[in-house]
Design a protein around this ligand. Structure first.
Ligand SMILES: [Zn+2]
Length: 68
């Protein structure tokens, strides 16, 4: 979370979280089989100038799901 500047417009980025129960969830195309367990985005940043949003998930959690 080193860059605090918006990659689109160089505006100020505000950092927060996303709802785990209703928030954005990610499913990798590399996840095999019928078990398409979602990985929730747990951290987010939003540009206070243009509204651009970045989402971050737990990569350790995702990697467990895409391991063969
Ligand atoms: Zn921006």
């Amino acid at each position: 979370m080193e860059n605090r500047t918006c990659p689109k417009c160089s505006g100020e980025m505000d950092e927060g979280t996303v709802s785990i129960s209703e928030g954005v969830k990610y499913i990798s195309n590399r996840q095999a089989g019928m078990l398409k367990a979602v990985t929730p985005a747990r951290r987010a940043r939003v540009c206070l100038n243009c509204g651009y949003m970045e989402l971050y998930l737990d990569v350790a959690e995702l990697k467990k799901k895409i391991q063969k």
